[in-house]
Design a protein around this ligand. Structure first.
Ligand SMILES: [Zn+2]
Length: 388
C-alpha cells in the first residue's frame, strides 16, 4: 500500500542535495510512502500516483522528531521538589534518589504503563524516535528490568547504572563502580545499545566515568555521556576521546571543550528543558555551531529536572535563549538527534528513509518557534503508519 502526501506547502527534507539550504526545503512538495519507507520526494507537480492520496492543504511537513535523550522508566512524582525549587531551593543530583525509591517499589506493569504513556505523549507531539535510559533502579535486577521494559518499546536503550551512586553504596562509591562495570553490566548489556554515565560533582568523576564507559564499550555498548551540566569538568573531553556518540548537556564548556566537540564525531546534545526546569543558565548553542560542532536538541524527559516530552518546546527555547535560528533548531531536533543516535534512516525525508513524518497545522516549520506552547501537530506517520 502506497500513499501520496501532496499539496505540502513547505517540506523539510534535511537533504541539501534535493532542496534549499541545510534543511533541504522544497515548497509545493509531495512525498510518497510505500510500506514503511519513503519512496519518492519532490515537487508536487511531478509526483507519481499512489494507492491513496492525502491532501496536506498547504501545510508544513517535516521528519518526525528524534529525541535522543530521555529517562522514561520511572515511578513516583516530584512535583513538590519542583515547587520547592521554583520557590528558591537549589537543584542537585541527589533528587534522583527520590525516584529510585519509588521505581524500585513499582511493579513491572506500573513502569511499563508510565513508559508507554510518555512515549504516546511524545508521539502526539511529533516524536517518532525516542531514546530511553535506565538509571532509576541502581541494583542489578532493577536496572536490568528497566532496560528490558524499555527495549520492548524502543531500540534506543541506554544503560545508565551510573546515574548516581546507589544509596546502599554511599560510603563506598568504588564498590558501586565495580558493580556497574561488573555484574550489573552483565545483566544489562543484552538489553542495551548504549552506555552512559552522569559525569558530575556529586555523581561520578572523570576516572570513574572512564572505567564505566570503557567497560560498557568492551561489552559492545557505545558510550554517551551526561557531561558538563552543572559545572566545568572532564565529561566532554572524555566523551570525545572515547568516541562517544554524544556529549549531553554541554552547559559549562571551556574553549578546549568546544574545540574538541568541533573536531570529533561526538554530537553536542543540548537539553534546554533541564535549564528551564532548574532555572539554570542555558548552554550556548551559537558558540558550538559557530565552531563547527554538530548540535542535537532533546527533551531530557525525566521526573526531576525536565519533565517535558515536547521537542517543539525545546526548539522554541533554543531559538529564544540559546542563539539558534529556527532552521538550526529544527535541524538539531530531527537529523541532529539522528546523528546523536548514529542513525541514517530517521531524521530525514529522503528516498529509503523510514517514513516518519510530522505534518504541522502551520505553513512553515518556523512556527515551531514562532508559536511557542501551541499544539501544532496535524498528523504523524511512524514507519509509514498514520498514528494520528
Ligand atoms: Zn539525562
Amino acid at each position: 500500500m502506497s500513499t501520496l502526501i501532496t499539496n505540502v506547502g513547505s517540506l523539510v527534507t534535511n537533504d541539501p542535495a534535493i532542496g534549499e539550504g541545510p534543511l533541504g526545503l522544497i515548497t509545493d512538495a509531495a512525498v510518497v510512502i510505500d510500506g514503511g519507507t519513503i519512496a519518492w520526494v519532490g515537487p508536487a507537480a511531478a509526483a507519481p500516483t499512489a494507492d491513496e492520496r492525502y491532501d496536506a492543504a498547504g501545510r508544513a511537513l517535516l521528519p518526525g522528531f528524534v529525541d535522543s535523550h530521555a529517562h522514561l522508566v520511572f515511578a513516583g512524582d516530584r512535583t513538590a521538589e519542583f515547587n520547592a525549587r521554583m520557590s528558591g531551593q537549589a537543584y542537585s543530583a541527589g533528587g534522583i534518589r527520590t525516584t529510585v525509591a519509588a521505581t524500585r517499589a513499582a511493579t513491572d506493569a506500573e513502569l511499563e504503563a508510565n513508559l508507554t504513556r510518555l512515549i504516546g505523549e511524545a508521539l502526539r507531539q511529533g516524536t517518532t524516535t525516542i531514546e530511553c535510559k535506565s538509571g532509576y533502579g541502581l541494583t542489578v535486577a532493577d536496572e536490568a528490568r528497566a532496560l528490558r521494559i524499555a527495549a520492548a518499546h524502543t531500540p534506543e536503550t541506554t544503560y545508565l547504572g551510573a546515574h548516581v551512586v546507589a544509596p546502599e553504596f554511599k560510603e563506598d562509591p568504588a564498590a558501586y563502580v565495580d558493580l556497574v562495570t561488573g555484574e550489573m553490566l552483565d545483566a544489562c548489556a543484552p538489553h542495551a545499545r548504549w552506555v552512559d554515565v552522569f559525569c558530575e560533582n556529586g555523581a561520578f568523576d572523570g576516572d570513574q566515568a572512564r572505567a564505566i564507559l570503557t567497560a560498557g564499550a568492551k561489552r559492545g555498548l557505545t558510550p554517551r555521556v551526561h557531561a558538563n551540566q552543572l559545572s566545568y569538568g572532564p565529561g566532554v573531553q572524555l566523551a570525545v576521546e572515547l568516541g562517544a556518540a554524544s556529549a549531553d548537556h554541554c552547559t559549562h564548556l571551556t574553549d578546549a571543550d568546544v574545540t574538541a566537540l568541533a573536531s570529533g564525531d561526538t554530537v553536542a546534545t543540548l537539553l534546554p528543558g533541564a535549564e528551564f526546569s532548574t532555572r539554570a543558565p542555558y548552554p550556548d548553542a551559537r558558540r558550538l555551531l559557530d565552531a563547527g560542532a554538530t548540535v542535537a536538541l532533546s527533551t531530557d524527559c525525566n521526573p526531576g529536572s525536565s519533565f517535558t516530552s515536547s521537542m517543539a518546546f525545546c526548539i522554541a527555547v533554543a531559538v529564544r535563549e540559546m542563539g539558534m535560528t529556527p532552521d538550526e533548531a529544527v535541524h538539531s531536533a530531527t537529523v541532529g538527534g539522528a546523528q546523536a543516535l548514529r542513525r541514517t534512516d530517521v531524521g530525514r525525508v529522503t528516498v529509503g528513509a523510514r517514513a516518519d513524518l510530522l505534518l504541522l497545522d502551520a505553513p512553515s516549520h518556523v512556527h515551531l518557534a514562532y508559536r511557542p506552547g501551541v499544539p501544532l501537530t496535524a498528523a504523524v506517520w511512524r514507519a509509514g503508519v498514520r498514528e494520528l
